[in-house]
Design a protein around this ligand. Structure first.
Ligand code: TRP
Length: 328
């Protein structure tokens, strides 16, 4: 295998991907493929930890996310694309790590505490959910990843991953690297209502949305609250629609900024044009994603090859870890 640095990242298959994923994470992943040896994983066990009352959706979302990834430019010839539960070694390493991870580390995890407070519609007081970061550490260390592109919310999990690696290395033998986070700049795009774009707020534009749906959603977007009448001068820097222009059509953003400040263009016209831009921007992705979803055989083949490649690395790591522990 090449000397390139190793990257691993994952997404939980709990819903469809949206523009926030594309601009926040996926665009970066696509770029990283040429520089790093990348592993991109569908974290279906992690999804099950919160979706265990409705597990039947996980499978469908897993395939649709893989279709999203490929249609946005993840290349399965370059990168290893696989489903976590297809590589059984994740659970083995999870078990090994669970044995020596102190409960206090998990109970103090800020992400856990926040989720316990915020998520009221699901019972997450389970054994597996407390151990969420241990499995995540196993995901990362199984491939000896040097770096993990993640959002800010995942930093505590990365810190725990490093602590777990250190504890293993000092108890037994130095087997694992201490991976760095590559912080994904949180998406510059807010949701339709100006909050963070998120499935749980239902304020997103999905990669799969049809042109009509995109138009309706863009019409509902939040703009400059100080601009009540068309003749009022706008404040584009405070306007969500303008931020979308900056990202998706930077060449006309300057002119738009001026026109908005001078009240030469109104919000409705602005939104209509933005809707067209987004429809056009997503059109290739939408077509490719549709084509891929019809070709399940191909998607399953990609995942099978991915799991094979991932397994061969994972098996070596488990052997090395067990040897270090004198278990074999
Ligand atoms: N916890 C991550 C999330 O919710 C998903 C995940 C699981 C992951 N295993 C991982 C991310 C390993 C990076 C590396 O987004």
């Amino acid at each position: 295998m090449s000397k390139k640095k190793i990257i691993l990242s994952g997404m939980r298959p709990t819903g469809e991907l949206h523009l926030g994923h594309l601009v926040g994470a996926l665009d970066n992943w696509v770029k990283m493929q040429s520089e790093y040896n990348c592993f991109f994983m569908i974290a279906d066990w992690h999804a099950l930890m919160s979706e265990y009352r409705q597990p039947e959706k996980i499978k469908e979302f897993s395939l649709s996310i893989v279709a999203d990834w490929l249609s946005c430019g993840i290349n399965p010839e370059k990168s290893t694309v696989f489903i976590q539960s297809d590589v059984i070694e994740h659970l083995q390493l999870n078990m090994i790590f669970s044995c020596f991870t102190p409960l206090g580390w998990l109970e103090r995890n800020p992400t856990y505490k926040e989720q316990m407070k915020e998520i009221k519609d699901k019972d997450l007081k389970t054994h597996a959910f407390l151990g969420y970061p241990v499995l995540q550490a196993a995901d990362i260390l199984l491939y000896k990843a040097n770096a993990v592109p993640v959002g800010k919310d995942q930093l505590p999990h990365l810190e725990l991953t490093r602590e777990i690696a250190r504890r293993f290395n000092s108890f037994y033998k130095p087997v694992f690297p201490e991976p760095e986070a590559i912080l994904t700049e949180s998406s510059k795009l807010l949701g339709l209502d100006n909050r963070k774009m998120s499935k749980s707020y239902n304020n997103y534009i999905a990669l799969s949305d049809s042109p009509d749906v995109i138009k309706k959603k863009v019409e509902s977007m939040f703009t400059d609250p100080k601009r009540v009448k068309v003749s009022d001068p706008g404040h584009p820097l405070k306007c969500n629609v303008y931020k979308y222009y900056r990202h998706f059509k930077p060449d006309i953003a300057d002119k738009l900024e001026k026109d908005c400040k001078n009240a030469a263009i109104g919000c409705v016209e602005d939104k209509n044009r933005l809707a067209e831009i987004l429809v056009e921007y997503l059109s290739d992705i939408r077509k490719e994603r549709k084509r891929l979803l019809k070709d399940k055989k191909y998607l399953l083949e990609v995942l099978e090859k991915g799991a094979e490649r991932a397994s061969s690395v994972a098996k070596d790591t488990i052997t090395e870890a067990k040897k270090a522990m004198k278990l074999i």
